[in-house]
Design a protein around this ligand. Structure first.
Ligand SMILES: [Zn+2]
Length: 375
């Protein structure tokens, strides 16, 4: 797999400068796989002790985790070779996600980055299968573990090759269409269309399986379908959004006419004399002629109205040093995401240590809306 998502996770460390983390949802899968493996080992190898069944189950799960990580490392190493930095790899309920800093600029690069993961899984599958044969006369445990790892990695490689976005196969399909027709946008649309079709097929198969009496398997297949559907829609929206902002910089949307207020006046005076009189939503705050922060309606509303008389603007404002500064030439792609995840409604635009404008989230959203509507 290989698209970005954000959620809580535990950091394990760094490999190649890439942060490796585990999402909490991964533990659910770890327990489920360990339980299912222990049961499977108990059926296949009744001569082992119950402790061995559980221990081998845990070891196999951990090794599985390593192979999923290697799959993601496959994507990451190729991405880095193509000059695209990789920030992190996170393992979660359905596998791993490598967060690459930007989309590849060329179809060939996207193709090789996407292919690398399944190739790694295939190589691991073959190595494990050969290993299991070699280990058969020596160790029953090693044979069993390697057999399972070989099978699961083969499944992993094949599943990821399903040609629907956001799976690797979807990225491969997009890269081929993109390279062939030269149209990134329509290639993305097709790949996510196929992705949604695949997702609905999974959901449908899940329902049928459940109706036939195999409720647990049906639920699981349906769950995978629901996840794929969500991911296909999200990654398409994301791609469309990026497309709509491509080539634009902060300078194109920033406002340069923000009024200035003094930080020492009370909020009540600020609201009556400035906000209600001018209708402006964003103000720069100065203290002794020095710019110290930004205040918007959002900050005003945080303070109860009864306290407006006794609270100076400087107390309610967003201090400048808490805000992330942007440069007029910064590309807009990525900034909106940062504003959303970090909860900023306004960012100061600074050039050569001078404030030259304010980038407002509402204005940015308006621009995106307009550009999406006009295609
Ligand atoms: Zn992958």
């Amino acid at each position: 797999m290989g698209y970005a998502m954000k959620s809580a996770n535990i950091q394990l460390g760094r490999i190649y400068g890439i942060k490796i983390g585990v999402d909490y949802s991964w533990f659910v899968v770890f327990v489920l796989i360990t339980m299912s493996l222990s049961t499977q080992y108990a059926t296949l190898h009744p001569q082992w002790s119950p402790t061995t069944h559980v221990l081998v189950g845990i070891v196999t799960s951990l090794l599985f985790f390593v192979t999923v990580l290697l799959h993601e490392m496959g994507h990451s190493v190729v991405a880095i070779q193509k000059g695209i930095p990789v920030r992190s790899i996170t393992l979660f309920i359905f596998g791993g996600v490598a967060q690459i800093a930007r989309e590849p600029k060329r179809a060939v690069d996207e193709f090789w980055i996407a292919v690398a993961g399944p190739v790694v899984s295939f190589v691991i599958a073959i190595a494990c299968m050969l290993g299991s044969v070699a280990m058969k006369p020596i160790s029953g445990v090693a044979n069993a573990v390697l057999t399972w790892l070989g099978q699961i990695n083969l499944v992993l490689a094949l599943f990821n090759l399903i040609p629907g976005f956001p799976l690797d196969g979807g990225r491969i399909l997009r890269a081929i269409l993109w390279g062939w027709k030269g149209d990134f946008k329509s290639a993305t649309r097709t790949a996510s269309g196929v992705g949604q079709f695949v997702a609905y097929s999974f959901i449908f198969a899940g329902v049928i399986t459940a109706l036939r009496g195999n409720f647990f398997n049906g639920l699981w297949i349906g769950f995978i379908g629901w996840f794929l559907l969500n991911a296909a829609q999200t990654s398409y929206r994301h791609a469309a959004l990026k497309q709509s902002l491509a080539g634009l910089t902060v300078r194109d949307v920033m406002s340069t006419d923000c009024p200035v207020v003094s930080g020492s006046i009370p909020l009540s005076e600020f609201v009556h004399d400035e906000v209600l009189r001018t209708g402006q939503r964003c103000f720069l705050v100065t203290q002794f002629d020095k710019l110290v922060g930004i205040i918007t309606l959002h900050e005003v509303k945080q303070i109860p109205q009864a306290e407006w008389n006794s609270t100076p603007v400087a107390t309610a404002m967003q201090p400048l040093d808490h805000l992330h500064m942007v440069h007029p030439s910064d590309p807009l792609v990525g900034i909106l995401e940062k504003m959303t995840t970090e909860g900023f409604n306004q960012l100061p635009v600074v050039e050569e240590e001078k404030l030259v404008g304010i980038l407002g989230r509402d204005r940015l959203l308006q621009l995106i809306q307009t550009r999406l509507e006009l295609g």
